[in-house]
Write a protein that binds this ligand. Sequence first.
Ligand code: PEP
Length: 250
Amino acid sequence: MARQFFVGGNFKMNGTQKDLKAIVENLNNAQLDSNAEVVIAPPALYLDFVKQNLNKSTVEVAAQNVFNKPNGAFTGEISASQLQDLGIKWTILGHSERRNELGESDEFVASKTKYALDNGISVIWCCGESKDTRQAGETIKFVENQLAALAKQISESDWKNVVVAYEPIWAIGTGLVATKEQAQEVHAAIRSWLKQNVSDKVAQETRILYGGSVNAKNCKDLAKEEDIDGFLVGGASLKPEFVEIINSKQ
Ligand code: PEP
């Protein structure tokens, strides 16, 4: 089964209503590859605003985070049922900025992923190594450990609603994109790990995105790699060139 090309836009903590309206209008007016699944993740405060302004059926809205408990006394968090209430079907989880800045462990990210999936929210689950880990030659082992922590908490059938985003930390927001060979090597290792530890079906069907300084210039080459099924884009998703990244398979 061919895997549908997937492009996520992670707006992070950027944008006002005016900025986001311009970004959404750019997407509304663009000719987007109808074969590409597109998901944009504005700050939580603007999820509904972005959803209301979007009029492209191939573009969905995602949260950047969701908690692992139902509604209640969890100050500052948002719940899966609140996302459902707004018609939001996706969330990003495990972004390295949350893992590193907010101390989210592999286990905590996995428990939030399980909770989101159990409550009808699909997950863009992020993984990826630091520069030190890469220089120590431990990239694959590191990513496999992150995968193992996730696989421990979710079932085989849960994987159909998970998109994996491989995002080397040294490439995020630095302008230092991984080479297509570096990215393909890790993507192939992730697929092989899924085959050995989950199932052949999950390995074949799970989309594996690359993230880290993707832009209009480097996306076409990366998109040609066998195991790169799309991108998670930060900085460039705020710019008009996001359209070229969405269309990079055309
Ligand atoms: C990201 O934060 O998910 C990301 C990939 O950022 P950038 O594209 O800016 O490197």
